[in-house]
Design a protein around this ligand. Structure first.
Ligand SMILES: Cc1cc2nc3c(=O)[nH]c(=O)nc-3n(C[C@H](O)[C@H](O)[C@H](O)COP(=O)(O)O)c2cc1C
Length: 262
């Protein structure tokens, strides 16, 4: 397959997906393809160049993905045969995304050429020890490399599991939809610890939903979709995560490396 230019639209909360799409970019570039990595939170669907091959990269969340990622995908323009592939990263199980996403994109006129789910360290609930995370990342990046080669060689595919994936799609849509409820934010919402915070403002800058406002300390609004960025990249660990075991946070790369990529 001749991939002249690939535009990969991606979102990454804690760095796993960023590492994966960067690995894929390196493979494509080696094959002579021009690659643009574009952040979903800073892109407009109407600006997508339909002459290029499109890639979508995102984390699995609630067996699906974040509502704002869905919004971006659902707002992609109609086309006639633009090639598209997806890659998601996950802790273990998704179920409600690969098949339904393929159907949505096909209806818009895209030609799905590949889908892959890549297991990376979980960034929620139970954060594994550094060594285990490191091994998982290495394995995940090997898979990303293989997948990119398949796409470049024209041997990748985008399958679906009918019925099961559709059922999972509706269950997960309900689940992620409930993240907008104010009650969820009351119980699970992030709150900065004033005694640790030095008002550096990093959390305000990196929140993909512009949901954090700096007053005498960062104040989180009700638009949070629990991507974990503010928790993971706070230099003072000042934003604890209530639902992670012992409040531990995960990040796939150093804060500096992530922030310089911003
Ligand atoms: C709110 C939330 C929900 C998640 N839901 C799932 C899930 O349903 N299934 C799963 O396998 N992993 C789930 N994960 C784990 C992430 O998908 C996984 O760690 C991913 O690689 C993170 O990518 P990122 O670092 O690019 O944000 C969830 C993580 C978060 C923060």
């Amino acid at each position: 397959m001749n991939l002249k230019t690939v535009d990969i639209y991606y979102f990454s909360g804690t760095g796993n997906t960023l590492l994966v799409v960067k690995k894929m970019r390196d493979v494509f570039v080696e094959k002579g393809t021009e690659v643009n990595l574009l952040k979903i939170e800073k892109s407009s669907p109407e600006d997508v160049n339909l002459e290029h091959t499109i890639g979508l990269g995102f984390p699995v969340a609630g067996f699906s993905t974040y509502p704002f990622v869905w919004e971006f995908i659902e707002s992609l323009p109609q086309t006639k045969g633009t090639k598209i592939f997806m890659v998601d990263t996950l802790g273990g199980f998704s179920g409600g995304i690969v098949g339904p996403l393929r159907e949505k994109l096909k209806k818009k006129g895209y030609k799905p050429i590949g889908a892959r789910e890549i297991i990376m360290p979980p960034n929620i609930f139970y954060i594994q020890d550094d060594e285990t995370c490191k091994k998982k990342i290495e394995k995940g990046l090997e898979k990303a490399q293989k997948y990119a080669l398949e796409i470049a060689n024209g041997t990748s595919s985008w399958g679906r599991t009918p019925v099961l994936s559709d059922i999972m799609y509706y269950i997960s849509k309900g689940l992620i939809g409930s993240w907008k409820w104010r009650s969820q934010h009351k119980w699970f919402g992030f709150k900065a610890d004033k005694s640790k915070c030095n008002q550096c403002g990093i959390c305000v800058d990196i929140c993909p939903l512009n949901n954090i406002e700096m007053k005498d300390h960062p104040v989180h609004g009700y638009d949070c979709e629990f991507c974990m960025r503010c928790v993971s990249f706070c230099p003072r660990n000042a934003t604890p995560c209530k639902f992670n075991y012992k409040g531990k946070a995960y990040r796939a790369l150093r804060a500096n490396a992530f922030l310089n990529d911003e």
